[in-house]
Design a protein around this ligand. Structure first.
Ligand SMILES: NC(=O)c1ccc[n+]([C@@H]2O[C@H](COP(=O)([O-])OP(=O)(O)OC[C@H]3O[C@@H](n4cnc5c(N)ncnc54)[C@H](OP(=O)(O)O)[C@@H]3O)[C@@H](O)[C@H]2O)c1
Length: 163
């Protein structure tokens, strides 16, 4: 299956200044529990924002930059959406492949995702500069998987499964 995973604010806020908005250690643990052992696909900005490669996960990175990081272990580079999608579809027949952002990648992949796993944060961030795309909730069954909290910030792990 192709699964999108993201943490969003009340207005679908995703990030600011190239990084995340809220520091949510328990959500990072949840992200790890969902994605470990799987392929994770991302845009170049999100790849660059990682403090280090995510252990135990094969990275697929999309960029327009010709000579970007060609020789890093566990990182495959794609230069257009068609090639990346082909690779993702090949693997997603037998395993879960996660789309992990950022905004431009979520926009392009929502139509192809079987499931959206959203951490819905009960907070707003007026200074956000990237947003998750508005999607048609009527096309999905919504299930709250768990409630969580970090430093007084409440959030829910929600699964949207395409009908
Ligand atoms: N809240 C969350 O769950 C979450 C998750 C992930 C990221 N984020 C946040 O989202 C922000 C990053 O998002 P973003 O939208 O700025 O960047 P992004 O989606 O991570 O990466 C965008 C880059 O990907 C490449 N790209 C995208 N589509 C392409 C295509 N069709 N063909 C070739 N290259 C393509 C381009 O790279 P080049 O410029 O190299 O050509 C583009 O500049 C950060 O603030 C990050 O912290 C939040």
């Amino acid at each position: 299956m192709i699964k999108i995973i993201a943490a969003v604010g009340k207005n679908l806020e995703l990030g600011k200044n190239g990084g995340l908005i809220w520091h949510l250690p328990n959500d990072l643990k949840f992200f790890k529990s969902q994605t470990v052992g799987c392929m994770v696909a991302m845009g170049r900005n999100t790849y660059n924002s990682l403090p280090k490669k995510l252990p135990g996960r094969k990275h697929l990175v999309i960029t327009d930059v010709d000579d970007f990081n060609k020789s890093v272990d566990d990182v495959d580079i794609f230069y257009n959406m068609e090639d990346m999608l082909k690779e993702i579809k090949k693997h997603s027949e037998n395993e879960d492949v996660f789309i992990i952002g950022g905004a431009s990648i979520y926009r392009q992949f929502v139509p192809f995702a079987d499931e959206l796993i959203l951490t819905e944060v009960d907070a707003e961030a007026p200074d956000a500069d990237v947003y998750f795309p508005v999607f048609d909730k009527a096309q999905y069954v919504r299930e709250v998987v768990a409630s969580n909290e970090d430093n007084g910030i409440k959030y829910e792990h929600v699964r949207y499964v395409r009908k």
